[in-house]
Design a protein around this ligand. Structure first.
Ligand code: M6R
Length: 365
């Protein structure tokens, strides 16, 4: 039930602190500086034998996988790739017995992701699932994996599943990293940041009214861009997906560096650009890209880290994200973009929980 909330999406966005609390409960081992994910059933030796991680999924789940890709490489030092599940299943992927294939699916029923799981198993990979729906087909067929425990997600636009998927990917990367090169003190610090995720998300949710005011300024736009780099590149893609699916605004997510290779031609004074300028490596470059957008008269909504507000002075609007390390920042940042999309869609009078042409679970290919 929606309770006091106007839409399931709104309720589910506000449930995120609790959903993440449930996703991490009992899974952080501060003494060893690692994560305990019993469903993964990896011994340290199994873990040491993994030579590559391949993440498959669709839509929002694929975007969560992209954050995981960065985390696996940065934290665990394992080559990682993410692939759209349909592409993976049909391109005859090269898989070795030392590959770990991670399938991400909220519903656990997405046809292409399920087919990718079957293909990977058939080719001898170790396959793990990250699902929300308990007992779903992907959860059953992978046999090992991690449940989100996010509670039912009813809104077609995925919100709490994404933040819980990323939380679980971070714990998975941490667990594998600690069997490899990551020292215990770094693992402990990562545990502390993961434990703080619900509080970081709460700080963003507290800005709901301010984000609504920004959204209402841009509710009439027909095109929008989201740009970011590194850990925030997938967040730019996810921000654009959220906006297009619920508000029908044509939105594009781009790597900030890619803008000048074509899409910048579309910028004009009624095309807002959401620039993810949080304090992570590459921030200064994205700042330069945002300035290029401004020079084309596009309004810029700057998303910045707390304490960095002055870099937003030259832009039209600002949303402030609490300080945290690069691997953690996708979670609070995406929440700001979910709220922005929601309020734009609400101002446009859209049917938010049931967008046209979409189903919650895509069980046909
Ligand atoms: O259930 P799944 O996570 O496998 O679903 C994948 C996509 O269909 C889903 O994330 C979709 O992109 C959402 N509507 C996005 O909000």
């Amino acid at each position: 039930e929606k309770g006091d909330y106007k839409h399931f999406m709104l309720k589910e966005m506000f449930e995120q602190p609790d959903a993440i609390r449930n996703a991490i409960r009992g899974r952080l081992d501060f003494d060893m500086g690692t994560a305990v994910l019993s469903g993964l059933e990896f011994s340290p030796r199994d873990s040491a034998l993994i030579s590559r991680v391949l993440v498959v999924g669709c839509g929002t789940s694929m975007h969560a996988g992209m954050v995981g890709e960065y985390a696996f490489e940065e934290m665990a030092g394992i080559p990682a790739e993410v692939e759209q599940a349909a592409e993976f299943r049909y391109r005859n992927p090269i898989i070795t017995p030392h590959d770990l294939v991670v399938a991400i699916s909220q519903s656990g029923e997405t046809a292409d992701t399920l087919a990718a799981v079957r293909e990977a198993k058939h080719k001898g990979a170790t396959v793990a699932g990250i699902c929300n729906v308990v007992g779903s087909t992907i959860a059953r067929e992978t046999g090992r994996g991690v449940y989100l425990h996010a509670g039912p997600e009813i809104g077609v636009a995925s919100t709490k599943a994404f933040t819980c998927q990323v939380s679980v990917m971070l714990m998975m990367a941490l667990k594998i990293a600690r069997t490899r090169r990551m020292p215990r003190h770094e693992g402990e610090e990562m545990c502390r940041w993961i434990e703080r995720l619900p509080e970081l998300v709460e700080k963003v949710l507290e800005q709901n009214d301010a984000i609504k005011a920004v959204a209402e300024k841009y509710a009439k736009c027909e095109n929008a861009f989201f740009i970011g780099r590194g850990y925030l590149f997938p967040v730019a893609l996810e921000g654009a997906l959220k906006l297009k699916e619920i508000s029908y605004v044509h939105a594009e997510g781009y790597h900030a560096a890619e803008l000048k290779h074509g899409p910048i031609a579309l910028l004009q004074e009624n095309t807002p650009v959401v620039a993810l300028l949080n304090d992570i490596p590459g921030k200064d470059k994205t700042l330069g890209n945002a300035e290029e957008c401004k020079a084309r008269n596009a309004p810029v909504i700057a998303v910045v880290s707390e304490g960095d507000e002055e870099i937003a002075d030259e832009f039209n609007d600002v949303i402030v994200i609490p300080n945290c390390p690069p691997s953690i920042t996708p979670i609070p940042t995406v929440v700001a973009l979910q709220l922005l999309s929601y309020h734009i869609a609400a101002a446009r009078g859209c049917e938010i929980d049931q967008p046209r042409n979409l189903a919650k679970s895509v069980t046909v290919e």
